[in-house]
Structure formats: C-alpha cells, structure tokens
Design a protein. Structure first.
Length: 149
C-alpha cells in the first residue's frame, strides 16, 4: 500500500487544522529551516511523526495547554502533512518506518546545519534533500525499510 499524503500546510493555530479529516492515519510535523528564494522551494525539517485514530483530534491537541509541541508551533513556522490509513497495521508500519528514518537522519541534519559552510557540501545536501523527498512523497508498505537507505 502506498500512502497518499496531503500537501504541506501551515500549522499556525488549531483553526488552520479545520480541514483535517476525522479519520485514522499518520501525520508529520516540520519546521521551515530556510525560506524559499526566487525559483526555489521551501526547505522543511521533519521533527515529529505520529499515528492517530482520529487525525483531526490528534492534530488539534497539538495546540492544547499540555502539549509538548505547543510552544514550538507558536514560535516557529511549522507545517503539517497527513495521510489517511484506515488499517492499524499500515499506520503502525508507516509511522515506525518514518520514525526510524527520522532518527537515522538526525546526524546528517546536524552536519548540514551545525557546521560552518566550508568546502563542497553538495553531497550532504543531496542526501538531505533525498531524505525529505522520501517522507513527503509517502512510504510504500510491505517493503522492508532500512535505516539510512
């Protein structure tokens, strides 16, 4: 099964999530790390992936008083994207694969954003861009996903 992801949309308040469906699925949260320049695309860094029995309720809770993400969503330019997945097995498999990928990419992201720009870093940028594309274009389930591949 291939996940059909929504577009990324700005996550400014619980009102920006009114069109999220009341269906089971998974969602990803990302922060804008670089604003788009002319003729380029926005660069987002995924920082959280969760599965939910009700996407609308789970994403609305992100802005609740006890939410660990409330402050970050209020301070940064954050975006959310979701995929409907009625099967609990598919949700778990997709969320686990994406979380594994996210954890494996933290080191690569740290190298890109924490080191000063010296020399040719095109290889690291290509790896990061490829990784973001994997998350934003969905996950094929039923296939083993290896970390860092």
């Amino acid at each position: 099964m291939e996940m059909n992801w929504s577009r990324w949309f700005r996550c400014e308040s619980s009102f920006s999530l009114l069109l999220v469906p009341n269906q089971p699925g998974i969602f990803a949260l990302a922060e804008e790390v670089m604003q788009p320049a002319e003729n380029s695309r926005r660069m987002l860094a995924v920082f959280e992936v969760q599965e939910a029995d009700d996407l609308a309720r789970a994403t609305s809770r992100l802005f609740a008083a006890g939410s660990p993400w409330r402050d970050k969503l209020g301070e940064a330019r954050c975006y959310v994207r979701y995929a409907i997945a009625p099967s609990i097995a598919d949700r778990r498999a997709a969320a686990t694969a994406l979380k594994t990928w996210l954890n494996s990419q933290r080191e690569v992201a740290a190298q890109i954003f924490e080191k000063p720009a010296t020399g040719d870093q095109s290889v690291l940028k290509t790896v990061a861009e490829t990784a973001v594309d994997r998350v934003t274009h969905g996950v094929k389930l039923g296939k083993a996903v290896t970390a860092g591949a």
